[in-house]
Structures are given as C-alpha cells and as structure tokens.
Design a protein around this ligand. Sequence first.
Ligand SMILES: [Zn+2]
Length: 70
Amino acid sequence: MEFRCPYCQAPIYSRKNKICGVCEKPLPEELLFSDQQVAELKKQMDAEEKRTKEFEQQIDDFGDHSKHVM
Ligand SMILES: [Zn+2]
C-alpha cells in the first residue's frame, strides 16, 4: 500500500518521516500508519489491556478473598 502526502500528493517513501520530503508540510500521524495497521495496533493494545486486567483480576481472586464481598 502506498501513502501520499495530502498536500502535494507526493508518495511517502518512509513512514518514519514526520514531514513530507517534497513540500515539507507536517504529515498527519494517522497517515504514517495505514488504517489496517492502526486497527491492528489498537486490537493488540486492547488485547494487552484485557490480558492485564484479567491477570489483575486473577491475582485479586487468588489473593485476599476477604476483599470480595459479593
Ligand atoms: Zn507534500
């Protein structure tokens, strides 16, 4: 997938670039990653967060039961 500068339509060769190499305008961050990559990253972060929460929950459950008054 190819990325283009939204200002001058120049192809962006490196997504590490924060500015367009042609018109030198700052590139929007969301353009530096594809939607798919962003979605993938979000999914990973969500999964990571969920795992962490589940892990904390488990520690909670295994830990002090007196804290759990249902
Ligand atoms: Zn440009």
